[in-house]
Write a new protein. Structure first.
Length: 210
């Protein structure tokens, strides 16, 4: 990260986060006026995992996933149920971007210890670009808005199969599916106040010599 020029980091944020943000901001007033609309943000699996030497890309895509979910919550609170949005991983496609990122010239620019991994990265990019298009069309019809609104979707998973298991997406446990979330040891909830409060009474301890 420290070797990437700051302007390149900011450029990735501008393209992957600020661009969708401004477009959403322009569209939402019209959606509010009509009570309906759909937003499909192209995110990436990179926004859900840690990929070395892809810091700006991963960070900007994670932010886009959370942006989508947060704005959907706002729409739901305001009972604008005709407005639904999703963030999508479009699949592993050998696009101009991925071919450049994992091409021989780019691999030479990463530390030698990482070159073995990067040289094989393109092996998993075998999806059809039409797959993402078909999923986007399906989502735009509203077929999934009752259970997947605001969620992150990987187009590699069969959408029809996911919708057939709609009950699993409901309730507290289902709320964390298809989102970015974290888990803690000891059952600590990532929200609200821990049992006993943040400053629960502690057992006194006498330090030797004091």
């Amino acid at each position: 990260m420290d070797t990437q020029p700051p302007k390149d980091f900011i450029h990735d944020l501008a393209v992957n986060l600020h661009g969708p943000y401004y477009l959403m901001r322009l569209a939402l007033p019209h959606f509010r006026a009509t009570g309906s609309g759909v937003i499909l943000n192209i995110a990436s699996r990179a926004g859900t995992v840690f990929i070395p030497y892809s810091t700006s890309y991963c960070a900007s895509k994670a932010a886009l996933i959370n942006l989508t979910g947060c704005v959907q919550k706002e729409m739901d609170i305001e009972k604008l149920h005709g407005i639904h949005m999703y963030s999508l991983h479009p699949g592993g496609i050998k696009s101009a971007m991925t071919l450049k990122k994992y091409g021989e010239e780019s691999v030479k620019n990463v530390p030698e210890q990482a070159r073995g991994w990067f040289s094989k990265a393109l092996d998993i990019y075998n999806d059809s670009p039409y797959l993402n298009g078909m999923v986007c069309v399906a989502l735009a019809t509203g077929v999934a808005k009752d259970v997947l609104r605001g969620k992150y979707i990987d187009v590699g998973q069969d959408l029809e199969d996911v919708l057939a298991q709609a009950e699993a997406l409901k309730g507290d446990e289902g709320a964390e599916l298809y989102t970015l979330h974290t888990s803690f040891l000891g059952g600590l909830k990532n929200g609200g106040v821990p049992p006993g409060g943040y400053h629960a009474a502690e057992k006194p301890f006498e330090f030797p010599g004091f």
